[in-house]
Write a protein that binds this ligand. Structure first.
Ligand SMILES: Nc1ncnc2c1ncn2[C@@H]1O[C@H](COP(=O)(O)OP(=O)(O)OP(=O)(O)O)[C@@H](O)[C@H]1O
Ligand SMILES: [Mg+2]
Length: 235
């Protein structure tokens, strides 16, 4: 479970990207984070894993409050799949990228290998194990980036625009994977049909604040609400 209380994130130049957000993500819940460009989706996700400092408010995962001291433990509990897979893939081989987290946390080679094989298998990319990320397609890279996070066996996953640059088949594959995973998920996306299919709940963000919280099937068809947030409703 992730608990966010009165979270505000202000960048050094004074931009308030997240403005007094309070939110609980229950175990196993899949939540879409939707909002126009600049609404604060990425900033919110980055704050949850301590990449951006919290200006005020608190964040906790499974009862553990995020702080400098707990940062490393929080990152084992909450895995973030960045918008750009290249930020997560930097080793000569995918196998090493995916093993990076467990090795870094001092898990043995045997346990690391078990997790690497498990994650690759789960995502259907075992055949990419010995390839270099430099030579993968966008969709393959996205799956590999997810694998690097799954090997930490986190209880929650954060995704920043996971369907960006995916072709319809890769997008469909991703939908299957996300539905199969048991973790809580928070997914920032502009892809409303994707959000509807994967998530039972949507948070609509506007200028860093929660504007609505509810069933995507209903929110996305509320023309006035969506218009207020600068997003095109689903007709
Ligand atoms: N490094 C930064 N310094 C200052 N302001 C920033 C920085 N990064 C983002 N912002 C501002 O913070 C606000 C929220 O941006 P954020 O990237 O979180 O939005 P977003 O909802 O993820 O948008 P998008 O849909 O375009 O990805 C915007 O006003 C943006 O200009
Ligand atoms: Mg963003």
């Amino acid at each position: 479970m992730i608990e966010i209380m009165n979270l505000t994130v202000v960048y050094p130049d004074g931009t308030k990207a997240v403005d007094d957000v309070s939110l609980t993500i229950r175990d196993g819940e899949r939540v879409a984070l939707v909002g126009a460009n600049g609404a604060g989706k990425t900033s919110l996700l980055l704050a949850l894993v301590g990449v951006l400092p919290l200006t005020s408010g608190t964040v906790s995962a499974d009862g553990l409050e995020l702080s400098k001291k707990t940062l490393s433990d929080i990152r084992r509990k909450v895995g973030m799949v960045f918008q750009n897979p290249d930020d997560q893939l930097f080793m000569p081989m995918i196998a090493d990228d995916v093993a990076f987290g467990p090795r870094n946390y001092g898990l043995g080679e045997e346990e690391t290998a078990r997790r690497v094989d498990g994650a690759l298998d789960m995502l259907g990319i075992s055949h990419l194990k010995n390839r270099s990320s430099l030579k993968l397609s966008g969709g393959e890279k996205r799956m590999a980036a997810i694998a690097t996070v799954l090997t930490m066996e986190p209880s929650a996953l954060l995704f920043d625009e996971p369907t960006a640059f995916l072709d319809p088949k890769a997008r469909r594959g991703l939908i299957g994977v996300l539905k199969k995973l048991g973790q809580s998920q928070v997914i920032a996306t502009h892809d409303l049909t994707f959000a509807e299919e994967v998530c039972s709940r949507t948070i609509l963000l506007k200028q860093g604040r929660i504007y609505a919280d509810g069933d995507p099937k209903i929110l996305f068809r509320d023309e006035k609400l969506m218009d207020d947030c600068g997003i095109e409703a689903i007709m």
